[in-house]
Design a protein around this ligand. Structure first.
Ligand code: ACM
Length: 432
């Protein structure tokens, strides 16, 4: 085994582990003589993991890191803050974890990662050549901040009611106020100290509902400058491309839903006052990726259509209990996706404005946890989808043939079984 870096040797050994586990028979693996000269198509191969809507403790996070490592994915993007909770310590802002971390979505239990736990997770990931990239979602998605520090909230709080006990807030951190920036600096100091191995800080930037374009851009530009001043590079969801970004920034494309082709009457109808906000957001989204490219920035491709793993499974399971779980897992709004859908795309071909692989930093899937109640639920949506992401992140070819891929996928289940990972027993795949 030879590789130019310790990471390369680690990846080679991972290939060997995969070969052994797919050739095991009665405790012995006889491997064919094979020569593998390999390297990834993309440098950034990630999973964005929402630990806010449902809090996942460190044991579960380690299981996810193990999954990433087995499939040679190298970024765990932790979505650490959102409306429903705040999940890491900011020593100068204790209320974030006292009040802000107390809950999750609905009446689910809250939680946060104390500094020592963050250090352990970061080290555990690093040993497996996975970088933990922290996301602080701002200026929207900040209800947990306002719960902890009401003085940072807009004078008049606004929400849109769904009528079923849930609502979405239209409140954001305000760029014109000095106290906003003292807060952001406190948070960034804590993030940079606790995630020293990450060259990036993800500043969110998505769905700042209710905020003017000017305020959003002003916020993103100042927050980005504060990240850069700390020696880190900026990553943000695609909406940050509506501000003056730098060519060093990385922009995460996600909105692949085409609002013009959405049929009325399909899926749940949003409240009347939300609809125009959504339509405007999706219309503007069409030019985000091309704008980022024009600014010389690279993109991470995370299209909702193919790599949002919180889409309901379109494949049925051979296991009746999983069929029950499948009915409640995933956001109905997105519609179901099959495993075959998950490999039926090309990161270059399916990212607007992108014509060559070097315009992409890489690819990243996302798992949002609104419908996820347990580690079993989480794993049932991650597997068997994650290897499909790895296929797109690693393989050089731009298309994947389903039958051949399904054959390879089916041989992975033994490794999952041994690790006690839950996966959807899709009837479309012959599991070994
Ligand atoms: C997102 O899904 N709001 C990035």
């Amino acid at each position: 085994m030879w590789g130019p870096t310790p990471e390369a040797v680690h990846r080679g050994l991972t290939s060997l582990r995969q070969l052994i586990s797919t050739h095991l028979q009665d405790g012995t693996a006889v491997l064919p003589a094979t020569r593998i000269a390999d390297g990834p198509r993309f440098a950034w191969r990630g999973l964005s993991f929402d630990v806010v809507r449902t809090f996942h403790g460190p044991d579960e996070v380690r299981r996810v890191i193990d999954m990433l490592s087995l499939y040679k994915l190298n970024v765990l993007h932790l979505h650490l803050t959102d409306d429903q909770g705040w999940r890491f310590e900011v020593p100068s802002r204790p209320a974030l974890t006292k009040a802000g971390a107390a809950g999750a979505l609905g009446d689910r239990p809250g939680g946060f990662y104390p500094q020592a736990e963050v250090a352990e997770l970061v080290a555990y990931a690093a040993e497996r050549f996975v970088t933990v990239v922290p996301e602080i979602d701002m200026p929207g998605h900040t209800s947990a901040v306002f719960k902890a520090y009401p003085e940072l909230a807009p004078a008049e709080l606004r929400t849109i009611d769904f009528g079923n006990g849930t609502s979405i807030p239209l409140n954001a951190l305000e760029p014109g106020r000095a106290e906003t920036w003292t807060f952001v600096e406190d948070v960034l100091d804590a993030v940079v100290a606790q995630f020293p191995q990450s060259a990036y800080v993800h500043i969110g930037g998505d769905e700042a509902w209710g905020m003017s374009d000017e305020d959003h851009a002003a916020f993103v530009e100042k927050a980005s400058a504060l990240v850069r001043a700390r020696g880190k590079r900026v990553v943000g969801w695609q909406e940050i491309a509506r501000s003056a970004i730098s060519s060093d920034d990385v922009v995460q494309y996600w909105i692949s839903i085409d609002i013009d082709s959405m049929e009325p009457g399909n899926g749940p109808v949003p409240p009347e006052d939300l609809l125009p906000i959504l339509v405007e957001h999706f219309q503007k989204a069409k030019t985000d990726a091309p704008k980022a490219l024009a600014a010389g920035a690279r993109l991470i491709s995370s299209p909702t259509t193919w790599v949002y793993f919180d889409r309901p499974h379109g494949d049925s399971s051979s296991d009746p209990a999983q069929e029950e779980a499948r009915k409640r897992l995933g956001l109905e709004f997105y519609g179901p996706a099959t495993l075959r859908d998950g490999i039926s795309w090309d990161p270059v071909g399916n990212t607007p404005g992108v014509t060559s692989a070097d315009q992409l930093a890489g690819v990243e899937a996302a798992i949002w946890c609104e419908t996820i109640l347990s580690s079993d639920d989480l794993e049932l949506l991650l597997l068997p989808r994650l290897p499909g992401l790895a296929e797109k992140a690693w393989a050089q070819q731009t298309s994947t043939e389903w039958t051949e891929y399904a054959g390879r996928l089916g041989r992975q289940s033994r490794a999952w079984q041994r690790r006690t990972w839950t996966w959807l027993r899709s009837v479309e795949v012959d599991w070994v």
